[in-house]
Design a binder for this molecule. Sequence first.
Ligand code: NAP
Length: 337
Amino acid sequence: MNAQPTNRRVILSSRPKGVPEADHFTVEDADVPEIGDGEFLIKTEYWSVDPAMRGWANDAPNYLPPVEIGAVMRSFAVGTVVASRHPDYAEGEVVSGMFGWQRYAVSDGGNVDRKVAEDDLPSSLALGVLGLNGVTAYFGLIDGCAPVAGDTVVVSTAAGAVGSAVGQIARIMGCRTVGITGSAEKVSLCTEKLGYDVAINYREEDVNAALKAACPDGINCYFDNTCGPISDAVMTQLAIGARITVCGTVALTDWDPIPVGPRVHRQLMVARARMQGFLILDYKARFPEAIEQLAAWVREGKLARNEHILEGAETAPGAIKMLYEGKNTGKLLVRVD
Ligand SMILES: NC(=O)c1ccc[n+]([C@@H]2O[C@H](COP(=O)([O-])OP(=O)(O)OC[C@H]3O[C@@H](n4cnc5c(N)ncnc54)[C@H](OP(=O)(O)O)[C@@H]3O)[C@@H](O)[C@H]2O)c1
């Protein structure tokens, strides 16, 4: 006799201050939810693990309200519609969206990012290079940094989900790419698989000196995923007219209060540089154009699949911390089975 399916899910059980750790979560089994009129049931296959989940789990000012204690942890996920009473969603369709760390999610369509139409490609890509990370890289680089062929583009978290896509897109656009990352293994990944011209290990090398050697004419574009000492070094070596996209602050240990670092105003003024904050949620209406281009590059072999997949729901509670310790190589995902 087949066992009844259960809804394995990960609950935020206590409030972290800073990076959430495994014991802030509880894994539990609940009944598979029923759907009502206008709803459909998604069986999730992969859950996303994103640095932003630190902010969602903490009770600090942010662009989304904090996840409540006792609630399913908010996350992106991809899965298949297994039952539907909604006119626009049919059984068997693959969807990605904000479904949370749970095996079964009920939706009315409001939390769906998109129907995943690339059935020739793995569905996990819809959470990485064909998902939030890919579109972040695409618009953050193209709109934020406005690179032109021949520019020197520096990327922090160069081997990660967003960074690896930024480096590869910049290369496709004819730029010289310099990646900054945190281990010898990731340096090799950057130069051998992701096509960076130079990769710098910020844990082992003098980043200032390494950047000087790698960027003798200065840095035209900086895709900043870290803030902190890496960005401090980049800011001293800007070329005239440099463009900086501030996409993430993963190196900031505290948000409340935010630590004070070097004052960047003179560096910006002398280089006549532009530094702009970036939030992908502002680009929702333009996701299709980016996904179409990114999927074409994946099919042409120009964008490499760069994923780190953990097995089973029980791995999720410790996964956010892995990002902040640099233990992931590529887009961090949980495969739910
Ligand atoms: N603004 C937006 O709309 C938006 C959207 C998506 C993502 N993001 C941001 O993009 C950045 C990358 O996200 P992701 O999902 O692609 O994660 P990821 O790069 O796959 O994983 C995070 C990486 O951060 C690096 N890291 C951790 N602590 C660090 C530190 N103290 N100093 C320098 N690097 C450190 C680690 O790589 P190393 O081993 O190389 O250090 C780690 O692998 C994050 O800052 C994230 O918040 C922003």
